[in-house]
Design a protein around this ligand. Structure first.
Ligand SMILES: [Fe+2]
Length: 283
C-alpha cells in the first residue's frame, strides 16, 4: 500500500472566495488542497467549480471530521462518502488530523489533542489501519496545535506522532505553524520536534498564521505567515528536502493576488535552500 513520496511543488488551500480567480486566471499555483467535507454532496456549486479547477491542477483532499482518535465507532457513513469523493476527484492523496473531535457521539467541531499514552497509541494506530484498508490507500495524518496536555501522558507529542505513523504505515502532513504554536504554548523545542521525525514519512507541509497573545498563541489561520514560522520552514526544508508545501488561510482571507504573493515567499525560501527545487516537481 506504500505510496511514493511525490513532490507536487507549492500549493494553496482552495477557498470559495477564489473560485473565479482560479478558473479565469489559471494562476501559477502548482496544486490545490480542498476541504473534503465541503465537496461531499454530489452536484451543487462547490462540485461545479471543483470539476473545472480539477482539469488544470492536481488536488489533494484534507478532512476535518474523521475523529480518528475518538473512542466512538468509526463513522462508516462518513468514510463511505469520503471514499466516493476520492473516486470522483482522484486526489494525489487525502489527509485528516491526529486528534479526536467527537465524544459519546457529540461532535465538538474542534480538533482535540489525544493523550500521548501507549493505550491511545494502540487505539489510533488500529483505526488508521482500518481506514487505510477501507480506502485501499495510505493516508496522511496532520499534527494539531494544542492548548493543554494530559497528566496521564507517557511520551511527548513528537514521539507519539512518529510512532503512530510508523506503526500504522501512514504518512505525515506536517503543519509547521502548529508545531510553532504548540512549542510556544507548552514551552518545548520545535527543532527537537522536527529532528525526531523520520524524513521518509513527511509528505506535505502546511504553513499558516496565528494570533500571538504573548503568554500563549492561538492557531487562528487569519494572518500572514509570520517570520518565526518562515524560520521553522527553512529548518524543515533542510531536514526533509523537497516537500509539497501550501498555505492555509481560513479567516480574514486576502485577495487571491496577495495569497499567491505569499506563496512566492515560500517558493523563494525553498529555492534558497534547495536550488532548482521547482525542477523537481513531479505532478
Ligand atoms: Fe494545518
Amino acid at each position: 500500500m506504500t505510496i511514493l513520496k511525490k513532490f507536487l511543488g507549492f500549493g494553496l488551500g482552495l477557498r470559495t472566495n477564489h473560485y473565479n480567480d482560479v478558473i479565469e486566471q489559471k494562476p501559477d499555483v502548482d496544486w490545490f488542497e480542498i476541504i473534503s467535507e465541503n465537496y461531499m454532496v454530489a452536484g451543487g456549486k462547490p462540485r461545479y467549480y471543483l470539476d473545472q479547477i480539477r482539469e488544470n491542477y492536481p488536488i489533494v483532499m484534507h478532512g476535518v471530521s474523521m475523529s480518528i482518535g475518538s473512542t466512538d465507532p468509526l463513522n462508516i457513513e462518513y468514510l463511505t462518502k469520503l471514499k466516493t469523493l476520492i473516486a470522483d476527484v482522484q486526489p494525489e492523496w487525502f489527509s485528516d488530523h491526529l486528534c479526536f473531535t467527537s465524544v459519546g457521539g457529540v461532535n465538538s467541531h474542534d480538533l482535540l489533542p489525544l493523550p500521548y499514552t501507549e493505550e491511545s497509541l494502540t487505539h489510533v494506530v488500529e483505526r488508521i489501519k482500518q481506514v487505510q484498508d477501507f480506502m485501499g490507500r495510505q493516508m496522511l495524518m496532520e499534527n494539531v496545535s494544542s492548548y493543554l496536555t494530559y497528566k496521564t501522558d507517557e511520551m511527548n507529542e513528537w514521539q507519539f506522532y512518529r510512532e503512530v505513523c510508523e506503526q500504522a504505515d501512514c504518512r505525515m502532513l506536517l503543519d509547521i505553524n502548529n508545531i510553532y504554536v504548540s512549542a510556544r504554548n507548552h514551552d518545548f523545542d520545535a527543532m527537537e520536534y522536527l529532528r525526531s521525525l523520520n524524513p521518509e514519512r513527511v509528505q506535505q507541509f502546511h504553513l499558516a498564521g496565528h494570533s500571538d497573545f504573548g503568554d500563549y498563541v492561538v492557531d487562528t489561520h487569519d494572518h500572514d505567515v509570520p517570520d518565526p514560522v518562515w524560520q521553522l520552514y527553512k529548518e524543515a526544508l533542510k531536514l526533509f528536502g523537497p516537500v509539497s508545501t501550501m498555505i492555509e488561510r481560513d479567516a480574514n482571507i486576502p485577495s487571491f493576488a496577495d495569497l499567491t504573493a505569499e506563496l512566492n515567499i515560500a517558493r523563494n525560501i525553498a529555492e534558497q535552500h534547495i536550488p532548482n527545487i521547482r525542477s523537481q516537481i513531479e505532478a
